[in-house]
Ligand binder design. Structure first.
Ligand SMILES: [Zn+2]
Ligand SMILES: [Zn+2]
Ligand SMILES: [Zn+2]
Length: 169
């Protein structure tokens, strides 16, 4: 008879981490406190700061977002209705519709706002880098920035209603 001997430790159930890994399911590593392993203990939701229960499973190309989230929050849609960007938001509080659900006006606004987002992205990086290096970063990308700005101007000329539209509004 080659029956496996009953595990002695059966009475002392091993607790495992219940944190939801993106595209994987429950983490399952041994947990010490509050059903969390050492990797997932104390993680805060990147949207609201409550205790995180899972990773964001939105994919951007080959990458998974992976930001820690609580049950009430989700990845924020960008103005063009894609999951571009790394913002997270309360469920039910999405500012923009999914791309497949946008009407022509919303698509136009989305295009305009995404261009603005791209343009301000350069300034944000430059500000982060700071000083002379920041200026170098901007001048190295003068051509791209000029092209985006020209596209914005063109859109504003064709659709004056867009002028002044911003993501903050
Ligand atoms: Zn874990
Ligand atoms: Zn949250
Ligand atoms: Zn996300």
């Amino acid at each position: 008879m080659s029956k496996k001997p009953a595990k002695k430790a059966a009475t002392k159930a091993v607790k495992t981490c219940s944190f939801g890994r993106a595209w994987v399911g429950k983490c399952g590593q041994p947990s010490t406190t509050a059903n969390r392993c050492k990797d997932h203990r104390g993680l805060k939701c990147s949207s609201c700061g409550r205790a995180a229960t899972s990773e964001c499973g939105e994919t951007q190309g080959p990458f998974v977002c992976g930001a820690p989230l609580c049950d009430r929050c989700e990845h924020a849609l960008a103005p063009n209705g894609t999951n571009s960007g790394s913002k997270h938001i309360r469920k039910g509080a999405q500012k923009y519709k999914s791309w497949w659900n946008q009407n022509d006006d919303e698509k136009l606004q989305g295009k305009y706002l995404m261009l603005k987002r791209d343009l301000s992205g350069y300034d944000r990086v430059a500000a982060l880098v700071g000083g002379e290096k920041g200026q170098e970063y901007l001048s190295a990308r003068a051509e791209q920035r000029r092209r985006i700005a020209a596209e914005l101007t063109l859109l504003e000329m064709e659709h004056p209603v867009l002028v002044g539209l911003s993501e903050e509004a």
